[in-house]
Each structure stands twice: as C-alpha cells, then as structure tokens.
Design a protein around this ligand. Sequence first.
Ligand SMILES: C[S@@+](CC[C@H](N)C(=O)[O-])C[C@H]1O[C@@H](n2cnc3c(N)ncnc32)[C@H](O)[C@@H]1O
Length: 199
Amino acid sequence: MPPQLGDVIVHAHHLLAEVLQAGDLAVDLTAGRGRDTLFLARQVNTSAAGTVVAIDIQRQAISASDQLLRQHGITLCSNGDDNGVWLCCANHAASGQLLQPLCRRPRAVIANFGYLPGGDHNLTTTAADSVTAVAAASELLLPGGRIALVLYTGHVGAAEECHAIEELCATLAPQRWNRVRLQPLGRNNAPYLLALEKR
Ligand SMILES: C[S@@+](CC[C@H](N)C(=O)[O-])C[C@H]1O[C@@H](n2cnc3c(N)ncnc32)[C@H](O)[C@@H]1O
C-alpha cells in the first residue's frame, strides 16, 4: 500500500531520515513491536558502526522487537557503545541514566506513545514517565538532531499525556529549538506528531 498522507509515523520517519547518518546513535523510547527500531537500525547502518538504543518497559515488547529485528538480519548488541541494536527492558524514565554514560550523543529520538498493539491496552505510557524521558532526550540530543513524538488521543490517560508533552515542548526555547506539529484533519482521535529539532 502506498504511504498515506495522514499516517504520521511515515512523516516521523521521513523527518528523522533527513538527519540520520550511517554510524549515528539513535534512540527509540518505546520499542513496542520493533517497527520504529527497525527503521532506525537501517538508517544508522547497525551492521557497520551505527547503534540504536531501544527501550520498552514490557518484556513482551522486547521479545517482539527482538524477533522482528532477527527476521530482518539486524545485528543485536548488549551495550550502547557497540554497533547494533541494544534492546533494553526498562522504564524510559531512566533513559537519561542509560544514555548519559555512552560515548556518543543521539542524533535522532523517536517515541511512539500509547499501548503495545496486540498487547494489554491498559499498559500505556504515562504523562510523568514520558515527560521525564523526552526531557532527558532533549538534553542529550546533538545539535541538528531531531526528536519525533507520536501522540495518541483515544485511550484513558492520553489527554493528560498529550497535555504534559505539549507543555514540555512549549518550554523549549525557540532560539534553540524548531518545533512542528503535524495533525491529520477531520479524523477524531487520530494520532498526531510533534517534531523537535535542536538548533
Ligand atoms: C505504541 S507502542 C510502540 C510502538 C513501537 N514503536 C513499534 O514500532 O512497534 C508503545 C510502547 O510503549 C511501551 N511503554 C509504556 N510505558 C513505558 C515506559 N514507561 N517505558 C518504556 N516503554 C513504555 C509499551 O510497552 C508499548 O510497547
């Protein structure tokens, strides 16, 4: 199926692909079923020098991501300084502690919030943890790097999370950050994209 204009994940990938280079470090704050991680792995060329740190709080998501990445022949690793994808079963609120000791800074970060598709819909990202994770990522991001935040509006707690993330984005100084919102029109509860670029 050709890409659809209203699919904000396609736009998120385009925006990150524009800045990512082979050998970069990229971060997926919500690995889920591994589709965004797979995209990042291809962009940074994890079989050469690139690294993706992919975090998810659910063991089920880490297993699903592991399976998808292996199916596509992606190199896995157990250290954010090696080349490959490092799958971390952790709360992304701890992403600052995970990323701070690494030799490189990320050039791209993605967070696709909400619940695991095909999983427990009650286990969702939360406003407090999401804000902590995005704040840490924004500190560590390289100049010229980008963050793509895909936000959902339909589930319990979603409105609070969207509000908290939007408030955080509003605090980022326009002198240091370009900030963009992309939202499908005329579709209630459709996910939307906030994209951030560090100047
Ligand atoms: C919409 S899914 C992500 C989709 C994924 N990026 C993909 O390409 O398949 C959201 C994920 O966030 C995870 N999650 C929820 N709370 C989290 C937290 N505090 N830290 C890390 N991951 C979390 C869920 O387990 C779920 O897998």
